[in-house]
Ligand binder design. Structure first.
Ligand code: G3I
Length: 346
């Protein structure tokens, strides 16, 4: 579709519009769609530790560099996702030099040694990776999904946490600042940041770290929502709370499942018209809220661009397809796209 407006142009005065992509999507019809509608990119997977340093000391940048190259050629900004996560991290990070899982260690002296080794590996990963991308990337997800209100102390009980406690978060931000320099923007990224329990624990954590001088510039709000999600107000309210700490806010991974959380049905290729319309209405509401609060929202990044490719196929129901984005499986604009365009003008 060449005769439709550009989403990025519609929001040019407000904030950049982004999308998470795979290296393959930098070619063919998907690339054309991206060039027209987005001016910011993030790698859906290929900048995660598992893909960048699968074996200790052996960095692989080819896949990630395809995305960097595509962004350069088309004058798009880039975001980095992610320096630290509890998923998609190679197992070697968490094994000692003898090959024993660090989380199995009971000897206090060895546990101390393991913690030191893990943090050294983390610093090294960050130094090499940031050095590689820093000329092209100014916006970094440093840690991802570290808060989990139902875990002890409200921090995710990941291998990172079990081995190094809260120190891995502090180390990651300090190493990122050192390597990326003072102008880089460093984010703590998480989902359901509108929920009071998540939001408040995240707020406490960030405040504690800032008080200790840890360099955090902003909060990434993933914004994986669904058609029955609460009003956009709860998200804006959360952003306002973090802005009160002097922090920047980004919508980092937006998509909108056509299924409510407890809905296990599967519409297949026959999505009811009413659901498509409801999705458009909900997207309109979110984009009106983003536009009305553009002083708070510094970018809106989708987790994908068209329904042909989304992590929500198979999630949480194996074999089920979803349709969470603004373009359909044939890359055609959906009612949700037009709603987002109208929200820019209204
Ligand atoms: O590349 C391998 C392939 O070689 C292998 O044969 C195949 C078999 O399973 O797996 C492929 O890797 C998959 C990878 O995506 C690339 O397609 C992984 O299994 C799969 O788990 C992985 O899923 C990604 C997921 O993060 C990992 O948990 C999704 O694509 C990605 O969209 C998703 O992104 C996350 C954000 O990073 C953080 N926030 C939530 C968001 C959605 O879950």
């Amino acid at each position: 579709q060449t005769d439709i407006p550009s989403l990025a142009e519609a929001y040019a005065d407000d904030f950049p519009i982004g999308a998470a992509i795979t290296p393959e999507q930098t070619e063919g019809p998907m690339a054309e769609l991206l060039k027209k509608h987005v001016n910011m990119l993030v790698a859906e997977n290929v900048m995660k530790p598992m893909l960048l340093q699968p074996t200790e000391g052996q960095f692989r940048f080819e896949q990630a560099d395809r995305i960097v190259e595509f962004a350069r050629e088309n004058g798009m900004q880039l975001r980095f996702h992610t320096l630290v996560w509890h998923q998609q991290t190679p197992a070697w990070f968490f094994h000692d030099r003898e090959g024993k899982r660090m989380t199995d260690e009971t000897d206090p002296a060895k546990r101390e040694e393991n913690k030191k080794l893990l943090l050294e590996r983390l610093e090294n990963h960050i130094r090499v990776v940031v050095e590689h991308f820093k000329d092209d990337i100014k916006s970094w997800d440093v840690v991802n999904e570290v808060v989990e209100p139902s875990d002890p102390g409200g921090l995710r009980n990941s291998e990172w946490y079990q081995i190094a406690g809260i120190d891995y978060i502090e180390t990651a931000f300090r190493a990122a600042r050192e390597a990326a320099g003072p102008d880089a923007k460093l984010y703590i990224n998480d989902y359901n940041t509108n929920e009071p329990a998540k939001r408040d624990r995240l707020y406490e954590l960030v405040k504690e770290l800032l008080d200790r001088g840890v360099p955090i510039d902003g909060v990434g709000h993933q914004t994986h929502v669904n058609v029955d999600w609460p009003s956009a107000d709860s998200l804006i309210e959360s952003m306002r709370k973090f802005a009160g700490l002097g922090l920047d806010n980004i919508v980092t991974e937006m998509d909108m499942s056509i299924y409510a959380y407890n809905n296990r049905s599967d519409y297949g290729d026959d999505i009811p018209e009413a659901v498509i319309q409801k999705q458009a209405d909900r997207y309109r509401e979110f984009f009106e809220a983003f536009r009305d609060n553009r002083d708070l929202v510094s970018a809106v990044v989708f987790w994908g661009i068209a329904d042909s490719h989304t992590w929500l196929h198979d999630f949480p129901v194996q074999g089920r397809t979803d349709a969470p984005l603004l373009f359909d499986r044939q890359l055609q604009a959906k009612p949700a796209f037009w709603a987002a365009i109208e929200a820019a003008k209204s």
